[in-house]
Design a protein around this ligand. Structure first.
Ligand code: 4AD
Ligand code: MG
Length: 478
C-alpha cells in the first residue's frame, strides 16, 4: 500500500481508490450508526474523515483511538454523505502507532489560548492555527529564495559566530568555551580571551550585512537568509532574541534602487503566499475576523486577505524622515500630548510614531528615508547636507518597522572618519575598510525581519507565535 499525504488524497485520489491515511486524530465523534474520525497529517489544514461501522473493530482498539492518537487508516474512498468534505475513507483496517491518554493529552478539541499553547510549544504544531502558520512560513521562505534566484542574486551564508559587533545593533550573546567558574585571567585581572576557543572574544551575529557587502563587491547581487541574535531585553510582541533575517546586498544600487527592490520583493512574497496558501490564509482570515468581533467596531482592523491584497496592489508612500517629523509635529496625538515619546527632529522614531504615520496618516506601507546620521549605523552613506544619511526603513501597518536598510558609505575617508567618530577600533574592521580601498563601488542593501513578515501575512499578533520555538528573555524551553 502506497502511503500518500492527506493533501494528495483529498485533491487527487478518486472514489473507489484504496488508500492509507496516516496522521493524528483531531476529533472522534460517535453516533448510533458509525464512528467518525477526523485525521490530519499536517500536509493541509483539511482533515480526512474516516468512518468505522459499529462493531467493526474491537472495543479495545476503539478505546485507544482518541484525540491526539496517531493512526494509519486503510480503506476505500467513498463519496461523503456529510457536509464539509467531498470524500471520506471507509475504514477497513486501523493501526494505532501511538495513543494519547485523554486524561493527560493537553490538546483536547476546544479553543485554547495562544498563551497556553506557547507553554506547550512541542505540541502546538498539531493545532490548526500553528500548522497553518508553519506552512505559511515555509511558503514565504521558499518565495524569498525563488524571488532572489529568479532575479540574479546568489544565496550567501555569512558566519553565525563573529568577532565584531560592528553593527552596533544591540546587545550580543557571547560564545565561549572558557570555564565560567574559573576563567583564565590576564595580569590585570580581566578575563583572558586569548585563551578562548578562537583566541579572542566572539559572539553570535546580529546581522550578516558586513560580510554580505564583501560578497556583493564581487558577485554584484547576493542575499543572506539566516538566524540572527540580539540580547536586547525587549519583551514586546515584535522582538525575539533569535530571529531570521533576509539581507540582500547589491553593488551598483543607490538608495532609490534599494527602495524599489524592497517594495517589489515584499509585494512578491506576499502575493506568492496569497496565491499558494489559499486554504491556510482563508483559515487565518476567519480566525482573525472571529477575534476582531470582541473589539469595538472602530478598533477593528481590516480583514486579513483584504489587507494583504491592498499591500500588493498599492504603491508604498515614500518620504523623508524630515517630512515625517513635520507630519508628526502637526498631528493630533502630538498636539494633544497623546504620544508617550516627544517628537522633534533628531529623535529615533518610536513604534507609536511609525504606526501613526502608517495606520492613521497614510493608511498604507511607508518608506522613510534620509534619517539623521546620529541615530543610524556608521556604514550608511552620508548625505551632502552633513546631517542625514541614505537610510531607508519600510514601515508596515500593525508591525512598524519591517525592513531597515541603506545605501552604504563607499568613500574610504568618510567611512574611516565615521568609524572614529562612533568609537569603533578601525583595526577590528580592516577587512571591511579594504573593500573601500580596492575597487570600491556604490552599493546598498537592507534587512527584512522574517518573523515580522510572517506576523504580517498570518495576521497573528505576537511574534512568539510565528516561529516554531521562540527565544525571548527567560525562555528557551524547547
Ligand atoms: O534594522 P535592523 O537592525 O538592520 C540591520 O540589521 C541591517 N544590518 C540590515 C541591512 O541593512 N542589511 O534589522 C533589520 C530588520 C528590522 O527591520 C526588523 O524587521 C528585524 O530585522 N528585527 C527584528 N525582528 C525580530 N526581533 C528582533 N529583535 C529584531 N530586530 C530587528
Ligand atoms: Mg532598524
Amino acid at each position: 500500500m502506497r502511503t500518500i499525504q492527506i493533501k494528495q488524497i483529498l485533491s487527487q485520489a478518486r472514489v473507489g481508490d484504496t488508500v492509507t491515511a496516516k496522521g493524528w486524530i483531531r476529533t472522534k465523534r460517535e453516533s448510533k450508526n458509525a464512528t467518525f474520525l477526523a485525521i490530519n497529517d499536517g500536509s493541509t489544514i483539511n482533515n480526512i474523515q474516516a468512518v468505522a461501522e459499529p462493531g467493526q473493530f474491537s472495543e479495545e482498539l476503539m478505546r485507544v483511538i482518541t484525540t491526539g492518537a496517531c493512526v494509519a487508516v486503510t480503506g476505500v474512498l467513498v463519496e461523503s454523505a456529510g457536509s464539509g468534505q467531498s470524500v471520506e475513507l471507509k475504514a477497513q483496517n486501523i493501526e494505532v502507532y501511538g495513543g494519547a491518554d485523554p486524561d493527560k493529552y493537553p490538546l483536547q478539541p476546544k479553543k485554547h489560548s495562544l498563551e497556553f499553547l506557547r507553554e506547550i510549544a512541542h505540541l502546538r504544531p498539531r493545532t490548526n492555527t500553528f500548522s497553518a502558520v508553519l506552512r505559511l512560513r515555509h511558503a514565504l521562505a521558499f518565495a524569498v529564495h525563488k524571488y532572489y534566484n529568479d532575479n540574479g542574486f546568489f544565496y550567501l551564508n555569512t558566519p553565525i559566530i563573529t568577532a565584531s559587533d560592528a553593527e552596533g545593533a544591540g546587545e550580543m550573546f557571547r560564545v565561549t568555551t572558557l570555564d565560567m567558574n574559573k576563567p583564565p585571567r590576564t595580569d590585570d585581572g580581566k578575563i583572558d580571551y586569548k585563551e578562548d576557543f578562537f583566541g579572542r572574544e566572539t559572539n553570535l551575529t546580529v546581522s550578516g550585512q558586513l560580510e554580505g557587502e564583501l560578497a556583493a563587491l564581487a558577485l554584484s547581487k547576493i542575499y543572506t537568509f539566516g538566524p540572527t541574535f540580539r540580547a536586547e531585553n525587549s519583551n514586546t510582541t515584535r522582538h525575539l532574541a533569535e530571529f531570521w533575517m533576509i539581507e540582500p546586498e547589491m553593488a551598483f544600487f543607490e538608495l532609490e534602487d534599494n527602495m524599489n527592490l524592497a517594495e517589489d520583493f515584499v509585494k512578491y512574497v506576499i502575493k506568492y503566499a496569497l496565491e499558494n496558501c489559499t486554504d491556510d490564509l482563508n483559515f487565518l482570515d476567519k480566525r482573525l475576523a472571529e477575534d476582531e468581533k470582541s473589539k469595538p467596531q472602530n478598533e477593528r482592523s481590516i480583514p486579513l486577505l483584504e489587507k494583504l491584497w491592498f499591500v500588493v496592489n498599492n504603491p508604498f508612500e515614500r518620504l523623508t524622515y524630515t517630512e515625517a517629523i513635520k507630519i508628526l509635529v502637526a498631528s493630533k496625538p502630538h498636539k494633544e500630548k497623546k504620544f508617550k515619546y516627544d517628537v522633534a527632529w533628531g529623535i529615533d522614531l518610536q513604534s507609536e510614531h511609525e504606526r501613526y504615520l502608517v495606520e492613521k496618516h497614510f493608511k498604507k506601507p511607508v518608506i522613510l528615508t534620509n534619517y539623521p546620521r546620529e541615530i543610524k549605523a556608521f556604514y550608511m552613506k552620508q548625505d551632502d547636507d552633513g546631517k542625514t544619511v541614505r537610510a531607508m526603513d519600510v514601515l508596515f501597518p500593525g508591525i512598524g518597522e519591517i525592513i531597515g536598510g541603506s545605501q552604504r558609505e563607499d568613500n574610504y575617508d568618510k567611512l574611516l572618519a565615521r568609524i572614529h567618530e562612533v568609537g569603533i577600533e578601525p583595526e577590528a574592521l580592516w577587512w571591511y575598510l579594504e573593500t573601500r580601498q580596492f575597487g570600491s563601488a556604490p552599493h546598498a542593501g537592507f534587512g527584512l525581519g522574517f518573523e515580522r513578515l510572517v506576523l504580517f501575512v498570518s495576521g497573528m499578533t505576537n511574534i512568539r507565535d510565528v516561529i516554531p520555538f521562540p527565544r525571548f528573555p527567560k525562555s528557551a524551553e524547547f
